[in-house]
Design a protein around this ligand. Structure first.
Ligand code: CAA
Length: 302
């Protein structure tokens, strides 16, 4: 398939990454189906994208007409209903091998034989995901950054059997979406998370070792290194469950103790304090705004 043949993109997973991917694809002119296991979740995801488009109109970043056309290109559906006519699937379900395996097996059985199956996985092996299908040449990594509409990068990850044509198609697509593309081999964490996750994890260790408080760790990196936000705030934005899942993949696949996840990170995830999306992580949030550091962390540090 050439990029000019691609009209329809099926995005599976209506969480923050899936919604962002669906939004940028629809804004770039593609017909997009946003799907999830059930129709209500998919529809709620579509509604949140439309809310986001309205906010862009309010800020004068998008015309009302462009927002309305984008909304018309976006539909919500279940995976079962949308798969049979898919040309390109981009999956953005949770970073869990069991969940992804089940999805790739379903997609392989239900999408047309020549459909491309792209994964937004942030760390799981593309070769392994491809092994769950009968079309490993059509499976590829397409790793977007959060928040997708703002961040410029897409990592295109080729598995052992990804064909050149498949890699070329998603590279062209990412370029058409206005993204900068880098190519990564299929190694744990690819490029960005191989480097980012150990940094975020080290910030967690620094916190629990009492080097500094949450705000000072973040201020040090934000103002000392000119990062847009500090590492603990960024971990909250990504989602602490996702950060932990990636850290565990690095730890397991490299078999190197330097990647072991910090206990404070494990504790917050166990407590369901997953960051921005649950209004509490290293910080407490209200309506997306930071209210202050999480008081429970002081107790965790003892
Ligand atoms: N969706 C869409 N747009 C968003 C957004 C979102 N979730 N969050 C912020 N924006 C937009 C805002 O609307 C605003 O747009 P305008 O300039 O048009 O008003 C712009 O981004 C700036 O936002 P804010 O003024 O609210 O705040 P900010 O200047 O602090 O920027 C930020 C917010 C863009 C998130 C910035 O802090 C940043 O770049 N942080 C680092 C993000 C990062 O590193 N992401 C990569 C994470 S790693 C990853 O994703 C890979 C993985 O697998 C874990």
């Amino acid at each position: 398939m050439k990029l000019s043949d691609l009209k329809h993109v099926l995005v599976v997973g209506a969480g923050q990454m899936g919604r962002g991917i669906a939004q940028v694809c629809a804004q770039s002119g593609y017909l997009v189906t946003l799907s999830d296991a059930d129709w209500a979740t998919a529809t709620a995801g579509r509604d949140r994208i439309i809310h986001q488009l309205d906010a862009l109109v309010g800020k004068g970043r998008l015309t009302g007409a462009a927002a309305a056309e984008t909304a018309q290109r976006l539909t919500a559906s279940t995976v079962a209903d949308a798969a049979k006519s898919a040309q390109l699937v981009i999956e953005a379900v949770s970073e869990d091998l069991v969940v992804k395996r089940r999805l790739f097996e379903t997609l392989d059985a239900t999408t047309p034989r020549d459909a491309i199956l792209a994964s937004n996985t942030s760390s799981i092996s593309i070769t392994e995901l491809a092994g769950f299908t009968s079309r490993p040449d059509h499976v590829v990594g397409m790793h977007f950054m959060n928040p997708v509409p703002v961040m410029k990068l897409v990592e295109v990850v080729t598995g052992l059997r990804t064909s050149d044509a498949t890699a070329a198609l998603v590279t062209d697509l990412a370029g058409h979406l206005g993204k900068t593309v880098v190519r990564s081999q299929d190694r744990p964490g690819f490029i960005v998370n191989r480097i980012l996750i150990p940094m975020l994890n080290e910030a967690c260790f620094a916190l629990q070792d009492g080097v500094a408080c949450i705000e000072d760790i973040d201020l040090a990196i934000q103002h000392g290194l000119n990062h847009p936000m500090g590492p603990l705030r960024l971990a909250d934005l990504i989602g602490l469950d996702t950060v932990l899942a990636i850290a565990l993949v690095l730890y397991r696949d490299f078999s190197d103790s330097k990647y072991r996840p910090a206990p404070v990170l494990r504790s917050l995830v166990a407590a369901g304090q997953l960051g921005h999306k649950s209004d509490c992580g290293f910080y407490v949030y209200n309506d997306g705004k930071v209210q202050g550091p999480n008081p429970a962390i002081t107790r965790l540090r003892g």
